[in-house]
Write a protein that binds this ligand. Structure first.
Ligand code: 3HC
Ligand code: NAI
Length: 647
């Protein structure tokens, strides 16, 4: 098979693209399609052309791997124009995803027929670019300006049914897509053809539309430039002739393609796709995952149980006593109720999720499960007692995992029968939402068990990163350094609010101090106190001073900041200034960019130490941890990527 194969049945030619895995538009494929137009045009028997794809999906876009090199002809906008201007009408037959350049090709076709399971979209902004082959110029001609703005500036694909309602596709079919598309083509030939999309009119939006969207998009983008640039392209599509808007879009695309933000987002794109299937586990089959147990139904246990239920696994939830079981189930109920409120689940689905959880105090209920995740108090004695029970009741091949944040998993594993099936699975709160899963093998962990950890992550839709054993693994260890560095700036006379504002300006949702106020200062304090009691020399932090004064964060009405009752807006605190005054230098303002550079450099320095010690396998893994666990701005690529040229 070549990349593009042409067949004919009566008056209909089928052009089949076959470029696995996702039919990305490499230069060779563009060339193949370019020639296919000429071939079909030259065949007098052909009256219409159905464009379809082999494999799992329609064309998923430009080949992202080619973005680092200069574009080579035929360029995509020219190819789309050639398809649109072909002597015979083309009909796109879409299964899987028609994304980016793939959907731009589809919009160059005269009609689009989609399988009901398909989706279409223009995700370019998620790669730091704008559509580069007419996406912003043709989509408003099909779907209207408001829908096009949503499609292009969020990058979120839409399912076939909605795409049809919006006018992005002409027909949605079930079953035999090719048969349906050919039948559609036959029908279409019996009627006058609609004009090509480029010649259709756009209805201009009401006054004030652009200003309102601009404000919304700038707020949501938090420093990412592509969404606003995409909006400018859409505005040009409305206000300028087609050709001028195409030129403007292409120039914007080429400029952004070479930008630092686009390079960062490509780095994350490929890192996310590499992480779930690490090379060193190739050939190690994961164990089956059909049912699971969770011990502890608190913040983490309930979230983990919800994540397991969302993935369809039946769950046994073990708690200490009947009241704690009821609390654990109530925690789960609250999670599913929240999903109903946000429109993510129907009440029936939520009820079914909850019905799949068996809450009990009886460990015997875990006898048949494939995997147990422990999420009880962070105390070695409590955890070891739990694993002694698990060792007694679980199948000898059941995978046993701990969600510990800071304890040494080797100490928890000691005494577990068949320790090769033990590992750390470190979830992030809320566990049913946060994408990161740190997977921490102990020396005994068997490769198949480690592979099962990765398989679990795939099942739960999480991004897995393998971490070695040290205090805090990858993420919390870097967090500790980050917070210490932020405190260091405050000691040197930088205002607390200035540090937070600088990190927000850098793209973080929150700065380090406001984040502590939200999560509570006491957790890290207790961990430091524990270490002190165990005889370790842990220096007193500024946070310790605040906790000792009863300032544990928002929940106590104040931490690093004061909060008016019932309010979440941080106010600089005279009380904090008083408590810390003896430890702080005179006010020494620092430029926001310098603050951010310093704190990012500190995170990266810890990252390099972590790599050096073999705690992380690759810089990209550290970037994924920061982006998916700690709110690092995705468009900066993570601390390792951001500082890659700074030694
Ligand atoms: N270019 C190059 N490689 C791509 C690619 C692309 N556009 N999309 C996916 N791949 C690769 C992945 O890296 C992965 O490679 P690997 O197997 O070696 O790790 C392989 O294809 C499979 O990808 P997934 O694991 O993501 O496969 P799924 O089946 O889970 O998902 C998908 C399929 C929904 C198509 C998903 O891959 C996806 O969303 N791809 C990105 C689509 C995209 O962003 N397109 C826009 C590109 S920009 C553009 O078109 C510009 C234009 O306007 C000019
Ligand atoms: P939590 O206090 O909310 O919940 C712990 C639960 O364990 C309680 O419901 C308690 O009744 C139950 N429990 C205690 N002993 C038990 C026993 N012997 N048998 C059965 N159940 C028992 O604590 P949280 O926050 O859920 O933390 C649990 C674990 O997860 C800890 O190891 C913690 O370090 C870790 N973790 C916490 C994160 C967080 O953000 N809260 C993030 C990642 C990990």
């Amino acid at each position: 098979m070549s990349l593009v194969n042409i067949a004919r049945s009566g008056a209909i030619a089928t052009v089949t693209v076959d470029n696995p895995p996702v039919n990305a538009l490499s230069q060779a494929l563009r060339q193949g399609l370019w020639e296919a137009v000429a071939t079909c045009d030259a065949d007098p028997e052909v009256q219409a052309v159905v464009l379809l794809c082999a494999g799992r999906t329609f064309i998923a876009g430009a080949d992202v791997a080619e973005f680092g090199t200069p574009p080579v002809a035929p360029h995509l906008p020219d190819l789309v124009a050639r398809i649109e201007g072909a002597a015979k009408p083309w009909i796109a037959a879409i299964h899987g995803s028609a994304l980016g350049g793939g959907f731009e090709i589809a919009m160059g076709c005269r009609f689009r027929v989609a399988l009901d399971s398909a989706s279409v979209g223009l995700p370019e902004v998620t790669l730091g670019i704008v559509p580069g082959a007419g996406g912003t110029v043709r989509s408003p001609r099909l779907a209207g300006v408001a829908a096009a703005v949503e499609l292009v500036t969020t990058g979120r694909p839409v399912k076939a049914a909605r795409a049809q309602a919006l006018g992005l596709v002409d027909a949605v079919v079930t079953g035999d897509l090719v048969g349906a598309a050919c039948a559609f083509a036959q029908q279409a030939l019996t009627r006058p053809l609609p004009p090509p999309v480029s010649r259709r009119a756009i209805v201009a939006p009401e006054a004030g539309f652009w200003t309102a969207r601009e404000a919304e998009i700038a707020k949501a983008a938090k420093g990412a430039v592509a969404p606003l640039r995409a909006l400018s392209c859409l505005r040009m599509a409305v206000e300028a002739p087609f050709a001028e808007a195409m030129d403007f879009e292409r120039a914007t695309f080429l400029e952004l393609r070479g930008s630092e933000q686009a390079a960062a987002l490509r780095h994350v794109f490929f890192a996310e796709r590499t992480a779930p299937r690490p090379r060193h586990l190739a050939g190690h089959e994961p164990l089956p995952l059909r049912s699971a147990g969770v011990v502890g139904g608190g913040t983490m246990g309930a979230g983990i149980a919800a994540a397991l239920r969302d993935a369809g696994l039946p769950v046994v939830l073990i708690e200490r006593d009947a009241e704690a079981v009821a609390r654990g189930i109530a925690n789960l109920q609250a999670i599913f109720d929240g999903a109903v409120k946000r429109g993510k689940l129907t009440p029936e689905q939520a009820a079914a999720r909850l019905a799949g959880v068996t809450g009990t105090t009886e460990y015997a209920a875990l006898a048949g499960v494939d995997l147990v995740i422990e999420a009880v108090f962070e105390e070695i004695g409590v955890k070891r007692a739990v694993f002694a029970e698990l060792g007694r009741v679980c199948r000898a091949d059941a995978v046993l995992a701990t969600n510990t944040s800071y304890l040494d998993p080797r100490l928890i594993a000691a005494g577990v029968p068949n320790p090769h099936r033990f590992l750390g699975l470190h979830f992030f709160s809320p566990a049913n939402v946060m994408k990161l899963l740190e997977i921490v093998p102990v020396p005994d962990t068997a490769p198949a068990v480690l592979a099962t950890g990765f398989a679990l992550a795939r099942l739960l839709g999480k991004i897995p990163v393998e971490a070695g054993i040290c205090e805090g693994f990858i993420g919390n260890r870097i967090l500790k350094r980050y917070r210490a560095a932020a405190e260091g700036l405050v000691r040197r006379g930088v205002a607390i609010a200035a540090v937070d504002a600088a990190m927000r300006a850098h793209g973080f949702a929150m700065g380090p101090f406001e984040a502590q106020d939200l999560g509570g200062l006491d957790i890290a304090f207790l961990q430091r106190e524990g270490a002190r009691q165990a005889g370790q020399a842990v220096p007193e932090t500024l946070g310790d001073v605040l906790v000792r004064a009863g300032r544990k964060g928002q929940k106590t009405g104040g931490g690093w900041y004061d909060y008016a009752p019932g309010e979440r807006r941080p106010q600089p605190s005279p009380a904090v200034a008083g408590l810390l005054s003896s430890q702080l230098a005179a006010a020494a303002p620092m430029a926001p960019e310098a603050i951010a550079q310093h704190l990012v450099a500190e995170m990266a320095a810890e990252g390099r130490a972590i790599l050096h010690e073999g705690i992380a396998r690759a810089p990209a893994d550290i970037d994924l941890v920061e982006i998916h666990g700690y709110g690092y701005p995705r468009w900066r690529g993570g601390p390792m990527f951001e500082t890659r040229d700074r030694g």
